[in-house]
Design a protein around this ligand. Sequence first.
Ligand code: DGL
Length: 272
Amino acid sequence: MEKKAIGVFDSGLGGLTAVKQLFKVLPEEDIIYFGDTGRVPYGTRSKTTIKKYAVQDAKFLLHHNVKIVIAACGTVSSVAGDLNDILGVPYTGVVNPTVYTAVKVTKNKKIGVIGTSATIASHSYKKRILEEHSDFQVFEQACPLFVPLVENGYVDKDDPIVHLTVERYLNPLIKEGVDTLIMGCTHYPILRETLQDVMGNNVTLIDSGMETAYYAKKVLKREGLLAQDGKKGNCRFYVSDTPDNFEKVAEVFLGQNIDRAVHQINIEDYAK
Ligand code: DGL
């Protein structure tokens, strides 16, 4: 039987934090990654636009006959609604798997959520937490400058621009005394060192990409879709803008050579 791949998409580089975890959790799986680098960021756009982009991204992956679609993007997961009905293969975003872990980790029942403007305006994480834990307190903070910082390679914790920006956004959450912080955008784990430094070591950071990789494994197992050929999987990357910058930065984020496996496509071809 043909080995079908796991399809993962994001607006840009952020979803690579999920891919990095998929490599660890599901090393035998092939992965097709699409980063919509020509249209990043999504987090400042309208709901209609985000949904349209998400459907196109998912359809591009389906074109590669993937067995599951992962929206490794907090913004899409929060705003685009459930794509399950239109895809015909299992689909997951990052919100539910992330909340599942965060509510288990917190001790003082005070959880911070950081995300893009669209994610925070949707209150997706907060609503999900309070649905089952109405006694919890959830403090939200949009961090619209984080994605541009990451996409442009400003990620070093010793860089004063990075440190100051992180401090500015996180101070209100520190004042509220959260003991758990959801990195509700898949770009943010790339700033993890700085986030941890600013929040202090007593605060547990929850990585939405990582939690979603674990969840995807559960889904594939449940559906009998895990790769079974015993061979190491490979990963192909597609982007909607020039691959040059993506190639360079992706290798840093993934910690491995991606062997010029990045191809540029026209995402508008997948509109229907
Ligand atoms: N990685 C996306 C997310 O998780 C970034 C969104 C954006 O493009 O603004 O929200």
